[in-house]
Ligand binder design. Structure first.
Ligand code: GSH
Length: 270
């Protein structure tokens, strides 16, 4: 199917968008990428969803609009059930995959995002290259002017308060403990059964900022300096079976497919 028939509206750096890119890639579905400018994105997402939702990712598949990364994963499985199946068709294994997907969507999605943003903001790390790097110069300049406002919105929207940030650290570590229990400490195992599922994709993509896996949007770029707490967290996670599992999923199940997060390219189409 031609790219133009399937478009992903996204932010390159969003781990939820990385999850959806991975779901599409794992299904072998081609898609066009439309990068939205943070702040102005809601003009597009609200229009596409007829006011229902403002977040990315939004997938438009032959005229069908689907939002929320989990709903997109479920939609893709319903619409494209043929190999590779990423959700067992029925039974307890299906329930298990759905439960694990939802669990990691919350524990990794929400809590990793809050913790990482809080650490980047507290250390004064320049987030403009991440947010606006792929846009033409005039838009990068607009981004530079708007960044204080965007940071204020992020602080309030994702509740970057000290108590919530501390709670998020506990939760994201709790999620890594569960991941290790589920894989029985063996980085070669999948979360459910013997092949990749939407649960693995959710956990790996949403935890990816904590390891900066090669092939993910969070790999350390030349000259990039992370806040010490993030560097320490990365080292601590990578020393655990969970961290090795995350790297392995990227190496074995994502390698060669990843695209859509380049800060330089694909600003309009993938
Ligand atoms: N549960 C949603 C979360 C999506 C989400 O929070 N997206 C963020 C980017 S990581 C976003 O669009 N933020 C901007 C906004 O809320 O307007 C999903 O899985 O798609």
């Amino acid at each position: 199917m031609a790219h133009a028939e399937r478009t992903l509206y996204q932010f390159p750096i969003s781990h939820y968008c990385e999850k959806t890119r991975w779901n599409l890639d794992a299904k072998g579905l081609s898609f066009r990428i439309e990068n939205l400018f943070p702040g102005a994105h809601r003009l597009v997402t609200k229009r596409l969803t007829k006011g229902a939702r403002g977040t990315v990712p939004v997938l438009v598949d032959r005229g069908t609009v689907v939002t929320d990364s989990t709903d997109i994963a479920l939609y893709l499985e319903r619409g494209y059930p043929s190999a590779p199946a990423l959700i067992p068709a029925e039974g307890p294994e299906r329930e298990r995959v759905l439960e694990l997907e939802a669990y990691f969507d919350e524990m990794a999605g929400k809590h990793v995002r809050r913790w990482v943003y809080a650490k980047l903001f507290a250390s004064g790390t320049d987030i403009e290259p991440l947010m606006f790097g792929g846009f033409p110069l005039p838009l990068r300049l607009v981004g530079h002017v708007l960044i204080p406002v965007i940071k204020r919105v992020i602080r309030s929207q994702y509740a970057l308060t000290p108590d919530k940030v501390a709670e998020s650290k506990v939760k994201l570590l709790e999620g890594l403990d569960r991941l290790e229990r589920e894989i029985q400490g063996d980085p070669s195992r999948y979360l459910a059964g013997h092949s990749l599922s939407i649960a693995d994709i959710a956990a790996a993509s949403l935890y990816a900022p904590l390891v900066g896996a090669e092939g993910s949007p969070f790999v350390l770029r030349p000259g990039e300096v992370l806040p010490p707490e993030v560097t320490e967290m990365r080292a601590a996670v990578m020393a655990r079976p969970a961290g090795q599992w995350l790297l392995r999923r990227y190496q074995e199940d994502r390698r060669g497919q990843a695209r859509g997060f380049s800060a330089r390219a694909e600003t309009a189409s993938g």
